[in-house]
Design a protein around this ligand. Structure first.
Ligand SMILES: Nc1ncnc2c1ncn2[C@@H]1O[C@H](COP(=O)(O)OP(=O)(O)OP(=O)(O)O)[C@@H](O)[C@H]1O
Ligand SMILES: [Mg+2]
Length: 418
């Protein structure tokens, strides 16, 4: 409390000094450079009193409103220090700088340099101090800002909500809700991707959600090929522009065909001098790729994986893409060479550090965008790593009930199959 009062007094003195200096300059100009005398002071004293009152009221309100944030660096010892020649170190406390109402972001500054890691490590303390008791409710993003600032953004992600048809948009793929609302990826920015998450994390729900966006954009897509050796979920679509495969020989044939298609497209591009293929997309979706690796036929597997590597490597320019889903991504489930050639990734709930490290990256990078541990993610919570920009975005995907899925499949049949 004493510290707050000290800061308040300092702040007030600063503002009053500015006021006095400003008034003095104005008087000086108005009175043509006359020296300040008792008469002039009397004449202008009310301006000073009014100005000072406004400042006092405004600053008091400000300090009352933001006292938690103003005190935060002090309460959590967020500071930087320099040691001078005399070996006496001087402390520079971080300072609350401003609040941006539109994005619910708080900015802190340090005159020396600011330590982002300190804020990341104090996440839970910060939340507690700010009075957000219910841990699950508030999400938290800590970003470096300018040179010496930190931006803390507080926001909420819905836990469970239903999918609805307004989430379909032309030339865009809906990926879930981010801190800014519905998040759409432009179709042209889609890359080959891996989606990883343990059983029940919501992969298949997410897969169907992406399929809806893709089908909605079927004018730009030649064909969607579904592969699932484990289940029949994807066989439900039965559309003119979709295929379903649950047999390894057929998978091999399909990927061979896709690779040839890709190479044909490259030949056309070369002829026309195009850097990006001008025609429609071919997108292959594989649910539970781990089932391929467990197959006994070594030669077949090798062929399949080699084609996956090649398509992953060169597919984007020719608009031949792979969307692969898996519970685990260690080399027994998906060969490392296949994995490293998928540019984008989606991480759902998993307790495997290997899955986390090899899809999104370091623990620290994840802590910057969420304070929920990946193993505690609710169903449908996803970190998306953009395949082009490597930007990481926290998303919550909506729930697709059986009814919605059935009616959407019917809906797509009614106009794609007509
Ligand atoms: N976004 C979501 N919001 C709420 N509930 C969800 C969401 N996604 C999935 N669920 C629920 O979780 C259950 C499991 O989801 P899903 O089948 O998508 O998991 P999965 O990751 O594909 O699991 P598996 O690896 O075993 O196939 C679903 O039946 C559904 O009830
Ligand atoms: Mg599944």
């Amino acid at each position: 409390m004493f510290h707050l009062f000290k800061l308040f007094s300092q702040d007030l003195i600063k503002y009053l000094a500015v006021l006095i200096w400003g008034l003095f300059s104005i008087i000086y100009i108005i009175e043509n450079g006359a020296v300040l005398n008792a008469e002039l002071i009397e004449k202008y004293q009310y301006y000073f009193i009014i100005g000072a009152s406004i400042i006092l009221i405004e600053r008091t309100i400000y300090f009352l409103k933001y006292h938690r944030f103003i005190l935060l660096p002090y309460s959590l010892s967020l500071y930087n220090r320099v040691a001078d020649e005399q070996k006496e170190s001087k402390i520079f406390l971080d300072k609350f700088k401003k609040y941006d109402k539109k994005t619910n972001t708080y900015f802190f500054k340090n005159r020396l340099a600011i330590d982002k890691k300190m804020y990341i490590d104090s996440k839970d303390k910060i939340i507690h101090l700010l009075g957000y008791e219910d841990k699950n409710e508030v999400e938290f993003e800590i970003k470096a800002h300018n040179k010496k600032e930190i931006a803390i953004r507080l926001y909420k992600l819905p836990l469970k909500f239903n999918w609805h048809i307004e989430l379909l948009k032309d030339k865009k793929i809906y990926l879930g809700h981010s801190k800014n609302g519905a998040y759409f990826l432009p179709l042209e920015n889609l890359t080959s991707c891996i989606t990883v998450g343990e059983s029940g994390a919501g992969k298949s729900n997410f897969l169907n959600m992406i399929i809806f966006s893709l089908l909605h954009n079927f004018n730009y897509i030649d064909k969607l090929d579904f592969i699932d050796l484990k289940g029949v979920e994807l066989s439900r679509y039965k559309l003119n522009n979709t295929s379903f495969t649950d047999n390894l020989e057929q998978v091999d044939k399909l990927l061979e065909e896709l690779k040839n298609e890709m190479n044909n497209r490259f030949a056309q591009m070369k002829e026309k001098g195009d850097l990006i293929y001008q025609g429609k997309y071919r997108i292959c979706l594989i649910d539970e790729i781990g089932t391929i690796a467990t197959h006994y036929d070594k030669k077949l597997k090798e062929q399949i994986f080699n084609n996956l590597i090649e398509i992953g490597q060169k597919g984007r320019a020719s608009k031949v893409l792979l969307l692969i889903f898996s519970q685990k991504i260690d080399s027994t489930n998906i060969p490392t060479n296949v994995l490293t050639n998928l540019q984008g990734s989606f991480l759902l709930r998993t307790s495997s550090q290997f899955n986390i490290n090899n899809s999104i990256g370091l623990q620290e990078e994840i802590e910057e965008i969420t304070r929920t541990r990946v193993q505690d993610f609710p169903k449908g919570r996803i970190i998306f790593k953009d395949g082009l920009t490597s930007e990481k975005i926290l998303l919550q995907t909506p729930y697709l009930s059986q009814d919605i899925q059935n009616s959407m499949i019917k809906y797509f049949r009614s106009w794609i199959n007509k």
